[in-house]
Design a protein around this ligand. Structure first.
Ligand code: DOR
Ligand code: ZN
Length: 423
């Protein structure tokens, strides 16, 4: 038996936000009460000053298997996930080959289960080979276990194909998630079009490359009545568009990444391509709009877009450097910063990192309730730690946060009743 003693439990689903002990027997939560005395032979975990909440779900990660396992694999990705407090992740299909066949979908699920640290679920490509031309066999992919459809890494550029994809995915009870980028507008852009890109002479990437596609997708969703999910929203205009679409009754949901609510294009000032990410890091005004949108419910979900790349790849000059940064271990401290700054409360943090993302992919959110399997995260909201190579569990270390201090540290992660991570 395990007794979590003196922790502050936050579970919006069960309306819990108080100090309460949790007794776990054979993986199950058997008692939830103030001041439980430990039965004999019980491992007691002192959770004083810690928060205990349902563990997190990240619906947007790149684990690079198959094809690029020198960057990450399902084992190292899972390790990073549980160290970040996550027990469910959804892998993106921009692998080599792309996840566009049922056998590849099954491969990810089996490999995730073999590793066994957390629930690793695949999304599937919208179009064959992610080439944007021909729809995949969505029904078969869904039956194989794909939890949604996306060509992430690339947009679905053709509006007619996007419309058909939304209709098809919606009709089988799934949805399309779009990486919103008009490639004709983004062209060879590298950094957000603004003062920094201009001063440094970096090829600019205008925000309207994203905004026009967000608008297109919202309008297609409105007319078809089908759901669409906007990946990694990064602009203030995007927030306005989604506010409008939601008011019009469109079934639009949106996610934001930790890096887009924390870092600006000033990360480029040392000319380091670690700052290169798609969509690009924006300006203070965008960050502010995204933070308030997350607080108000216009943005539904925090997703990391954990995008590992090898050191040599990120060292290339800006045109050749692939976009992306790792994120699984930094999401909690970054979102906690918004709690500290009073954008929203701890309850909302748990909603956007645990409840909403689980629901979005059709899972019952983990719950801190008698009779449930323990699937929870214990974290210290005030412990400060330094980002360095040793603490990063991911195979790749590409992050502009290297060497910086973050506040908020995962201490334990429970998955399926077992401790899968201990700090
Ligand atoms: O920065 C990014 N990296 N954005 C994407 O959409 C794709 C991802 C990757 O696969 O590296
Ligand atoms: Zn992505």
């Amino acid at each position: 038996m395990v007794l979590l003693k003196n922790g502050h439990v936050v579970d919006p689903t069960n309306n819990i936000n108080k100090k309460i002990d949790i007794l776990i027997d054979s993986g199950k939560i058997v008692k939830l009460e103030e001041n439980i005395d430990p039965p004999p032979k019980t491992q007691v975990i002192d959770a004083s000053e810690k928060i205990i909440c349902p563990s997190f779900t990240d619906i947007h990660v790149h684990f690079r298997d198959p094809g690029q396992t020198y960057k990450e694999d399902i084992y190292t990705g899972s390790k990073a996930a549980v160290a970040g407090g996550y027990t469910t992740v959804v892998c993106m299909p921009n692998t080599l080959p792309a996840l566009d066949e049922p056998s590849l979908i099954r491969y990810i699920i089996e490999k995730g289960e073999e590793v066994g640290l957390c629930r690793v679920l695949p999304s599937a490509a919208v179009t064959k080979g992610r080439k944007g031309k021909e729809l995949t066999e969505m029904s078969l992919l869904k039956d194989a276990g794909a939890v949604y459809f996306t060509d992430d890494g690339s947009p679905v550029m053709d509006a007619h194909i996007m419309r058909k994809a939304m209709e098809y995915a919606g009709s089988i009870g799934s949805f399309v998630a779009d990486h919103c980028e008009d490639l004709n507008l983004s062209k060879d852009g590298v950094a957000h079009e603004g003062e920094i890109a201009a001063a440094l002479g970096l090829p600019p990437l205008p925000p309207e490359a994203e905004d026009t596609m967000v608008a297109r997708d919202c309008i297609l969703s409105m007319h078809t009545g089908m759901p669409v999910h906007i990946c990694h929203l990064s602009t203030k205009v995007g927030v306005e568009i989604i506010t409008w679409a939601k008011a019009m009754g469109a079934k639009v949901t949106a996610e934001v990444t930790p890096h887009h609510i924390y870092l600006t294009d000033e990360e480029w000032l040392d000319f380091d391509c670690k700052a290169k990410v798609s969509p690009p890091l924006r300006e203070h005004e965008d960050i502010e709009a995204l933070r308030w949108a997350l607080a108000s419910g216009i943005i539904d979900i925090v997703a990391t877009d954990h995008a590992p790349h090898a050191h040599q790849e990120k060292m290339q000059e800006h045109h050749h450097c692939p976009p992306g940064m790792i994120g699984l271990q930094f999401a909690l401290p970054i979102v906690l910063e918004l709690v500290r700054k009073d954008y929203f409360d701890m309850n909302r943090l748990v909603e956007v990192m645990s409840v909403n993302p689980a629901k979005k992919i059709g899972l019952k959110p983990p719950q801190i309730k008698e009779g449930e399997l323990a699937e929870l995260t214990v974290f210290d909201p005030s412990e400060s730690w330094e980002v360095n190579e040793e603490v990063i569990q991911s195979k790749s270390k590409n992050t502009p946060l290297m060497g910086r201090k973050l506040i908020g540290k995962v201490k334990y992660t429970f998955f399926n009743g077992k401790i899968v991570y201990r700090d």
